[in-house]
Design a protein around this ligand. Structure first.
Ligand SMILES: CC(=O)SCCNC(=O)CCNC(=O)[C@H](O)C(C)(C)COP(=O)(O)OP(=O)(O)OC[C@H]1O[C@@H](n2cnc3c(N)ncnc32)[C@H](O)[C@@H]1OP(=O)(O)O
Ligand SMILES: O=CC(=O)O
Ligand SMILES: [Mg+2]
Length: 544
């Protein structure tokens, strides 16, 4: 079913907006005025979005030809200049514990009620962007902002309601990244940018109400690769403010530094958004994915298996310390990231080991100078809070300047030591298949072997497999597992054949009905001559 909307408040802007799928109740979100607003954003910014994506491809071609990322010569004045970001609003001064998660109504209520300081409602790494998920998420957030969100468990066993405003976490919203498009909304026949759809629709319905409560709106901006992309966001946010009659600088952003190229432009990104940026965040999982992607053709920088790539690897330590130093010099928050462990029910010993790893990670963050951290699960909030309370007595530690830190280009790209074991190789295959199957089934974040898996963590597994397997291209010597087995397609085949024995939980598995499709996709992605930019691009064509 398809609806072409002909009406709206501004003559000349209503035509040419087509919603290609209609679900019950969506008309209250996708009003003619909302669609006209979205179309205005698309028409104004689509050209620049495409130019930015093209610039990413040009840069990657240089890396593939052997170039290494470096700090930019043309922006040295920004790095050396003495400037600070605009003052941070009161609601975002203390962000010591932030919970993140997908946007279904139960999660939204649980997260807002969780006792965390902030909640990042996530349309990106942890949401599979089916049309139903997106609309349900926007609807839930609108009701949450209005204070009317509730949810009844399907079996009627529990009715979820929101705590009073003052006891709720502060809401931040993460729209999808620049690379994604929204196929259900066409403007002049083109798919609109998913980033503009998510952020634009949220602002259209909630910006005034949030501004009236001195609560933003606040955003997390994902997967940027360069300061020009930050400048594009700045222009978008400024346009949204103008169109919706908000004060300039009302919308605030925290940018995830989660690509390797962006680590070389932290100052520049802060500068491009300096009237509205409040912090940077170490999005470690996408960062590792980006490191692999950037160096896909660099044999000397192959990473060991996923489990060995922890934050104490020198290249990751350098990145987090540079982020802290850069943010604090500019008056911005330096947010930490996500430990992948989640609570393990039914096994006290394993649970304690998992919690110990989260504890060690949060302790590292707070003692290094981070102003706050992320948790994936409400049960981890007390643990993170206890460590930040113990080591960060004030609301934040922006005064800790970390002038002792000196990070060079070589530190940021330092090769890592480690191995690839059979379990590591097979684990990557299993995670890719299970996660893809869940994602295709509409679930963007799942526990697998008691680790939180989302689009970023799964991307590490997927790009590692491609990279490891492609080292045998052009007749070169393949990589080897630590037991001497060559890493080749025969090994992949054996891992795929062995998968059913790992699926003893098949009946309860998220996305069980799409396992064969996921296996087919992984097979194609790993055999392809070119590394797909994002797993979610081909997968998106397979969801509603
Ligand atoms: C790399 C990155 O981008 S990190 C950011 C993106 N990733 C995330 O945000 C991870 C979010 N986390 C999650 O989605 C979940 O915690 C999962 C999928 C990992 C595990 O979820 P579950 O298997 O449902 O966990 P579990 O059964 O222990 O949940 C217990 C309760 O906590 C709730 N809960 C779990 N995680 C969250 C969360 N992140 N936010 C709010 N509530 C949550 C569940 O809804 C459940 O509530 P209920 O008791 O009312 O039914
Ligand atoms: O978005 C967070 C990440 O680690 O990726
Ligand atoms: Mg990410």
């Amino acid at each position: 079913m398809s609806a072409v909307l002909q009406e709206g408040p501004k003559p000349g802007e209503q035509g040419g907006i087509e919603v290609t799928r209609v679900l019950p109740g969506q008309e209250s979100l996708l009003t003619p005025a909302a669609l006209a607003f979205l179309a205005g954003l698309h028409r104004r910014f689509e050209g620049e979005r495409r130019a930015r994506l093209a610039a990413r491809a040009v840069r990657q071609a240089q890396f593939d030809a052997g170039a290494l990322p470096d700090f930019r010569a043309d922006t040295a004045a920004i790095r050396n200049g003495d400037w600070r970001v605009a003052p941070i609003p009161a609601a975002l001064q203390d962000r010591r514990v932030e919970i993140t998660g997908p946007v279904d109504p139960k999660m939204v209520i649980n997260a807002l009620n969780s006792g965390a300081n902030c909640y990042m409602a996530d349309f990106e790494d942890s949401t599979a962007p089916t049309w139903a998920n997106l609309l349900e998420g926007q609807r839930a957030l609108r009701k949450a902002v209005a204070g009317t969100l509730d949810w009844m468990a399907p079996d009627g066993s529990k009715h979820y309601t929101l705590k009073p405003d003052a006891e709720q976490a502060v809401l931040l919203v993460r729209p999808r990244g620049w690379h994604l498009e929204e196929k259900h909304v066409l403007v002049d026949g083109e798919r609109m940018s998913a980033s503009l759809f998510d952020l634009g629709l949220f602002c259209f319905h909630n910006a005034k109400a949030l501004a009236a409560k001195d609560r933003g709106p606040y955003f997390y901006l994902p997967k940027l690769q360069a300061m020009e992309e930050a400048a594009l966001w700045d222009a978008v946010l400024s346009q949204v403010e103008r169109e919706l009659g908000l004060a300039q600088g009302q919308l605030k952003a925290t940018v995830l530094i989660e690509t390797l190229p962006a680590a070389f432009e932290m100052d520049e990104i802060l500068h491009a958004l300096k009237e509205r940026i409040v912090g940077l965040n170490c999005g470690r999982w996408d960062y590792i994915f980006s490191y692999i992607k950037t160096f896909r053709r660099h044999r000397d920088r192959v990473l060991p298996e996923r489990a060995q790539v922890g934050m104490t690897q020198p290249f990751l330590k350098a990145y987090s310390e540079l982020l802290i130093k850069t943010c604090h010099r500019r008056g911005a928050h330096a947010m930490g990231g996500m430990a992948a462990q989640i609570p393990i029910s039914g096994d006290a010993e394993a649970n304690e080991a998992a919690l110990a790893r989260v504890r060690a990670d949060k302790l590292r963050e707070v003692t290094a100078g981070h102003d706050g951290t992320w948790v994936a699960h409400p049960a981890l909030i007390p643990l993170a809070r206890e460590l930040f309370d113990a080591h960060m007595p004030e609301a934040n530690q922006r005064h800790v300047l970390r002038e002792d830190v000196s990070v060079s280009r070589n530190d940021l790209i330092k090769p890592s030591l480690g191995t690839i074991t059979r379990a590591g190789f097979e684990g990557n295959v299993e995670v890719c298949v299970r996660y893809l199957a869940a994602w295709l089934d509409g679930n963007g974040c799942v526990p697998i072997h008691w680790l939180m898996e989302d689009a970023a963590t799964a991307e590490i597994a997927r790009t590692q497999l491609w990279q490891w397997l492609h080292f045998a291209d052009d007749g070169r010597e393949p990589l080897h597992l630590d037991d001497g087995t060559p890493v080749d397609y025969a090994l992949l085949e054996r891992a795929l054949i062995g998968l059913p024995s790992k699926f003893s939980d098949r009946l309860r598995m998220p996305g069980a009905s799409r396992i064969n499709e996921a296996i087919g996709m992984l097979d194609r992605l790993t055999h392809a001559d070119t590394l797909a930019d994002f797993l979610t691009l081909p997968a998106y064509e397979r969801i509603d």
